[in-house]
Write a protein that binds this ligand. Sequence first.
Ligand code: FAQ
Length: 313
Amino acid sequence: MSEASDLEKVFEEKIAAEERIEPKDWMPDAYRKNLIRQMSQHAHSEVIGMQPEGNWLSRAPTLERKQILLAKIQDEAGHGLYLYSATETLGVTRAELNEALHEGRAKYASIFNYPSLTWADIGAIGWLVDGAAIVNQLSLQRNSYGPYARAMVRICKEESFHQRQGYLILVKLCEGSDDQKAMAQDALNRWWWPSLMMFGPHDAESVHSERSTLWKIKRMGNDESRQKFVDQTVAQAEAINLVLPDPDLQWNEERGHYDFGDIDWDEFSRVVSGNGPCNRERLAQHKKAHEEGEWVREAMSAYAERQLGTERE
Ligand code: FAQ
């Protein structure tokens, strides 16, 4: 047997035995590339995802709310950092990953191309967007690549706090005046369908699912995760008297799940291909922040080089 097929056999055996693949292990090139794609997109989502919430930092209704929101947004930056670092273990640099984002070769989650128009949107983002992210990410804790799976553990714990802080914002609004209740319902109406799109296309349309499932990069299908999210969210909406904006939503006794309406896949394609309500703004803001940070990167690498020089002397 050739050396290459020996290596491939060891890799496949590890996957079958639920062992983790680590950075120095041999792995097929397609496995490496697929991981770089998914993990870097995930990292970009965490970082771009700070923008809609950052929009409300200066207008949070109380100092306490501002502190909570600030902490949440800082957590998202941290998630981006763990994920970029984990992606770098696959032999790609952070500069290359950012370049791919800026040139439109890498994606980020479609949801962050929608505007945050009112304070209730901050509640809806925490409740729904973090809620959807957790469903997906809990399963990713069991993915086959060690650095990615381990990064997910802390990220999920933090997302859980984020989901609760968002839901609490809506609980408060729903206990308030008629205008406040209407504001909460309006935010839900606008964020519900984009949240369902976060899970990606139906499994039958998914480009990467089959390969990713075989390699245990993905542990749950897009449709299964989406269904799980719908099932858990219905009761949460009912508890605060909000109505999910879907006339087709109903419990299906036979399936033991909620049935729900069709997603507007044309809208999804538009947003993913760069033509959502805020795509240009989000990318322009990211590029601006990146350019403004140039001097920090230069200073850090000059410092690192100097340290290295001192150690060699
Ligand atoms: N948006 O073949 P599939 C968060 C693309 S973190 C944009 O099914 P896959 C925290 C997909 O990339 C949220 N593009 O792909 C937070 C592929 O295009 P490509 C992010 C999407 O990878 C909260 C094509 O469509 N979470 O929210 C989307 O097997 C609040 C075909 O799709 C993650 O990234 C989409 N929604 O399954 C932060 C989790 N869906 O690459 C701040 C990790 C699909 O060939 C505030 N990622 N596409 O050009 C995953 O689990 C997977 O990548 C999926 C997609 C499930 C998202």
